[in-house]
Design a protein around this ligand. Sequence first.
Ligand code: OGA
Ligand code: MN
Length: 282
Amino acid sequence: MQVDRLHLDLGGRVTGVDLAKTLDDETVTALRDAIDEYSVLCFPDQAMTDEAQLALTGQLGEPEEGHVKFGTTGEIDYLATIGNVVDATTKRDNADAYTLSQKGNNLWHSDSSFRSVPSYVSILHGYEIPGEGGETEFVSQRAAYARLDPERQLEIDDLYVLHDYVFSRSKIAPVHDNHAASLPPVAHPLVRTNPNTGERNFYVGSHARSIIGWSGIDSRRLIDELNELATEPTAVYSHHWSPGDTVFWDNRCVLHRGAGYDANKWRRYMRQTRVAGTPKVT
Ligand code: OGA
Ligand code: MN
C-alpha cells in the first residue's frame, strides 16, 4: 500500500489496495492508521459494488444506519445514493425534492455530527460523474485548531456545542416531521482528541447551532469564526472525481461539502456508507 500526500493539511492518494476484496488484518490496521494520519484517503480504480462496500464498511467497524429513511419510515438501510440517478435511463432534475434536499450537502459539515454517536468515517464510491462540477471539498479542523494561538485554544477547550440537523438543513429544504422528530439536538465537546495520536481538533460545521450556556450572539460569533478559519480557501482539498474512485473521510476531524452540479444536464451516481464512531468521545 502506497500513500501520496495530496494537501499539506489532509488527503492521501492510496494505491496498492483492492478495497472490493476481503482485507487482511494488517491492511485494516494500515487503513486505520492512514485515516488517523491523512484524514481523507482517495483510492482510484476500485472495482466496487454495493455488497463489497457494505463488507468494507463492516471491516472498519460498525456500519451506521441511515437516518433519513429510519427517521421518516422506521426502516433501516446502510447505503445511501448520493446524486440524481434513478436508473440507467432516468435521473432527477434540479427541481426534484431529493435533488434539493441533497443541496444541504453543499454546506460544510461532518456526517452525523447531529447524532448522539456521530460517524467515524464515511465511504463514498463514484460510479457516474458530471462532466462539470460535482467535486467534493475537504478541510481539516485539526490543522485549523493548530492555527489558533494557545490562549485561544485554552478558551475553547472545555466548551460543548449543540448540533442540530433541523437547524442546518431546514434552511435548504423542508425536513419531514417524522425525520425531525427522530433527531433532537445533541451536545458534543467542541474540542475532540484523536484517541490514537492525541491530536486535537475543534468540531463544528453547519450542524453546530450554539455553545451550551452561551447567548445566541456569542455562540454564532464563535462558531462562525471557527468555521471560517477551518474553510479558508488555501485549506481546501477539492476532490475531482473519476468513475471508480472510492474516498474515505474522517468525520471526527474533517469538514466536507459538495461543490454542486447541474442536475438538469448531468448524471451523478455515488453510493455512501458510514462507519459509526465510538459511543463516548472526548
Ligand atoms: C456525503 C456528502 C458531498 C458530495 O456524501 O456525505 O456530503 O459531494 N457528499 O456529494
Ligand atoms: Mn456529507
